[in-house]
Design a protein around this ligand. Structure first.
Ligand SMILES: O=C(O)/C=C/C(=O)CC(=O)CC(=O)O
Ligand SMILES: [Ca+2]
Ligand SMILES: [Mg+2]
Length: 405
């Protein structure tokens, strides 16, 4: 319960309290917490209470706060829970509530490195069938390690940023040589992203047990992908320009402490994983995404059945001694469920473009100029309810890009 008025159905209930970076008029961007349809401007509230570290909220990114580590994250969460639930705090907090409609949101984190996994068995199977129809859909390594690649941190953009249609080399299957031009198979990838707070040490792998020491929370990720560029360029070294032009993330970082209510055990893995990937308490989160094309729901991918847990992803990405830094982002890979309306990309939803989707009376395959794509997501608590535990949304609109050359 909160003394703050929270609209019914708000993703930001009194126990969610995600953090983000907002801009209010021409004031400096700074850290806020979302509750209902308002933002708590944290720096002046912390200053009024003469808290150490109040200046950490007067920053244009969460990085300084994230670097403090789990004890400080917990203490901050407890402070926030008290601010919104204890009516004695009302006089201090109320002057620093700002309607979300009056602020602009920017990237919550200055992203250091970006890694993208491929952890949904359903998605990997679908893409195997589409890209490698004559082979086994899952490659032999897939159930032994969380497959991933290093992406491009510098082109991670805030929700709402226009996505310029990328150009590049692509080769039609009946052509002998490639051409350069605008992508004709521009797609989305619906993913969950994990934000690293506490760095690790170079040369020292992070164990699955230490996941919560390093990871602060989650954001929504749309890993825009140009399937025609990708198909022509990516064997054998992996994704490159087909995915590096833009990746959008949601503005509010939901903490693992808030998400704990939706943790579900990871199903048994077969074959058994190597010891460095094994753990007794591996979890996933019971999160369901909703994908809207121009305002119409086209898919609802479920996260809870992902094959690899985020703790295993972190253990694997540091297994060679590579370190993580404050602000690193690693994403789950596209999330797809078994049903047709649970697929997390248009290449799957339209089966390579051969089965167009009928959306509001119009046939769609890949993204067209002007299309607006929004992903939202909700976590479910152990009682099956949504509990005001939403992740908010990430949105972007396709703009035409430069003329073909
Ligand atoms: O299987 C392939 O050939 C291609 C896979 C992808 O494009 C997916 C990817 O990059 C990772 C993911 O988001 O799941
Ligand atoms: Ca991806
Ligand atoms: Mg990308």
């Amino acid at each position: 319960m909160s003394w703050i008025d929270i609209p019914d159905g708000s993703p930001f209930g009194p126990e969610n309290l995600p953090l983000g970076v907002f801009r209010h008029g021409d004031e400096e961007p700074r850290v806020g917490a979302a509750i209902g349809d308002q933002v708590i401007d944290l720096a002046p509230v912390a200053s009024a209470q003469m808290l150490d570290g109040a200046q950490l909220f007067a920053q244009p990114s969460l990085n300084a706060f994230l670097a403090l580590g789990r004890p400080a994250w917990r203490a901050t969460r407890n402070w926030l829970l008290d601010l919104v639930s204890n009516s004695a705090e009302r006089d201090t907090v109320e002057p620093h509530l700002i309607p979300q409609s009056a602020v602009g949101m920017q990237l919550p984190v200055e992203v250091a490195d970006y890694v993208d996994f491929y952890a949904s068995e359903q998605h990997a199977t679908n893409l195997g069938r589409l890209f490698r129809p004559d082979s086994e859909p899952l490659l032999p390594n897939w159930k032994h390690l969380p497959v991933g690649y290093h992406g491009r941190a510098g082109t991670i953009v805030a929700s709402g940023t226009d996505i310029v249609r990328p150009s590049g080399q692509r080769k039609a299957s009946d052509a002998t040589v490639p051409t350069y031009g605008r992508s004709q198979r521009l797609d989305i990838e619906v993913e969950l992203g994990y934000v690293v707070g506490t760095p690790s040490t170079l040369g020292k792998p992070v164990s699955v047990e230490d996941f919560e020491e390093h990871v602060y929370g989650v954001v929504l990720v749309n890993d825009w992908s140009a399937r025609d560029l990708q198909a022509w360029e990516y064997v054998p070294l992996g994704p490159f320009l087909g995915k590096s032009f833009a990746t959008s993330i949601s503005p509010w970082v939901v903490s693992l402490d808030a998400l704990a209510a939706s943790a579900v055990p990871l199903p048994a893995q077969d074959p058994p994983v190597l010891p460095y990937l094994a753990g007794k308490n591996l979890v996933n989160y019971d999160i369901t995404f909703e994908v809207y094309l121009n305002g119409h729901l086209v898919s609802s991918p479920p996260y809870r059945d992902l094959y690899w847990s985020p703790a295993q992803m972190l253990a694997h990405l540091t297994a060679n001694g590579a370190s993580v830094r404050t602000g690193d982002l690693y994403a789950s890979g596209t999330v797809s469920g078994p049903e047709k309306n649970q697929r997390g990309s248009f290449i799957e939803l339209t089966w390579g473009g051969r089965e167009p989707l009928l959306v509001n009376g119009k046939h769609h395959t890949f993204l067209e100029d002007g299309d607006e794509l929004t992903i939202s997501a909700w976590a479910r608590g152990s009682d099956g309810s949504r509990l005001g535990l939403g992740l908010g949304e990430v949105t972007g609109r396709i703009t035409p890009g430069s003329r073909d050359k």
